[in-house]
Ligand binder design. Structure first.
Ligand code: ATP
Length: 362
């Protein structure tokens, strides 16, 4: 029997509610498997840890999770600590420390969920956004001088490397090739950003030659927001820079019905380090501790984790259970207009996974 070693890092806010819910669902799934089980180790890193120790992760923290098979993450953010400290101190430290250079964000309108687009049928919106996750606008290159003086200056330099762009383009083309429509849209802004984004476009063209069966096009990031709303079915796989994809994927999540259902994986495609899976929503302090958090984004992230671990059958089984639960409006949390609690949704998914009669259907 194989044991997958999983690090859980709930982080802050509702991360502390949805990560245990995700663990519960994974445990329910493993209970029915004769080939694998999970061993979870929890890490209390985040804003509370920062208040006590002055850092989000202890020294040598990454070494404690380096040999895990995967990481299930909640969120990082606290109303009393600047966002750049929580983001760079925890999430980005892990993403960059483990070179998780491909951030993958699937978006679909799940059964039972009403998206806000009137003219969009459930099959018209089925996207995967690939976000470059190691450089670009989040490279961390920059500085601030003469603070507090009239001559104060600050820079954040978006840095792109040929190696970094080639590997994310290759990943995106490969992903597009694996999907039925074999369709990729490369998001750019090379009209205004005439150095790095021009290189981005050139490398897209170069890599496209390795994938002659993939149809691809280029779209300016501003135009792509309108296209997502007016012609959602014209998109399938999308690749964009770190910042562009960050913004587009929040829009995508909203168009699919709620931020609460959207998942993401921070992937090291070469499997040198553990990859990290998390809901895309943040810490949402406004609903924290009330049992209102929608755990579906975390459950879907668990599906991505199972796929990454090679447990593709159980990934599909969990996805079907999630879809059966979202199809039942009585199981909608407040963000979807319902009154169900985190615990009720979690229990409903676990029951579907473990009930002998329903196991096959799920
Ligand atoms: P952060 O500052 O950590 O990024 P945030 O507090 O700005 O997070 P977001 O996660 O960006 O919050 O979400 C915005 C709002 O959407 C939240 O305040 C919350 O009301 C709602 N929301 C987000 N995630 C969920 C969820 N899983 N379930 C229910 N509502 C959610």
């Amino acid at each position: 029997m194989k044991t997958y070693e999983i690090a859980t890092i709930p982080g802050d806010g509702i991360g502390k509610e949805v990560v245990p819910a995700g663990q519960q669902v994974l445990e329910a799934l493993a209970k029915t498997s004769s080939t694998y089980r999970f061993n979870f180790e929890n890490f209390d890193w985040g804003a509370d840890y920062f208040r006590e120790h002055g850092v989000m992760i202890p020294d040598g923290g990454l070494d404690k999770i380096r040999n895990k098979d995967a990481i299930l993450f909640g969120s990082a953010g606290d109303p009393h600590i600047p966002d750049h400290i929580t983001l760079w101190g925890l999430r980005l430290k892990i993403c960059q420390g483990f070179d998780q250079y491909a951030n993958v964000r699937p978006t679909r309108i799940l059964p039972g969920i009403d998206g806000p687009l009137k003219r969009c049928g459930p099959d018209d919106l089925n996207w995967v956004i690939v976000r470059e996750n190691s450089e670009g606008e989040y490279a961390g290159v920059g500085g601030r001088v003469h603070q507090g003086h009239p001559i104060e200056a600050a820079t954040d330099v978006s840095m792109m490397t040929r190696a970094g762009v080639e590997r994310i383009m290759r990943f995106a083309f490969k992903l597009a090739q694996s999907r039925p429509r074999k369709l990729l849209t490369v998001i750019t802004k090379s009209n205004a950003q005439r150095h790095a984004m021009v290189m981005w476009d050139e490398i897209a063209l170069q890599i496209s030659k390795e994938f002659p069966d993939v149809t691809w096009d280029k779209e300016l990031v501003d135009a792509s927001t309108a296209r997502m709303i007016n012609r959602p079915a014209s998109l399938d796989t999308i690749v964009a820079t770190n910042l562009h994809a960050d913004i587009l994927s929040d829009l995508a999540a909203a168009l699919a019905g709620s931020l609460g259902i959207a998942p993401t994986g921070n992937i090291d495609p070469e499997h040198r380090y553990p990859s990290m899976f998390e809901p895309i929503h943040g810490s949402a302090f406004d609903i924290m501790g009330k049992g209102l958090a929608n755990p579906v984004g975390t459950f879907w992230s668990c599906v991505m984790m199972l796929d990454h671990l090679g447990e593709t059958d159980d990934a599909q089984r969990l996805m079907r259970a999630i879809e059966q639960v979202t199809a039942n409006r009585a199981m909608h949390t407040r963000d979807l207009g319902g009154i169900a609690t985190t615990a009720q949704v979690t229990q409903a998914v676990c029951e579907l996974l473990t009930a002998p009669r329903q196991r096959k259907a799920a």
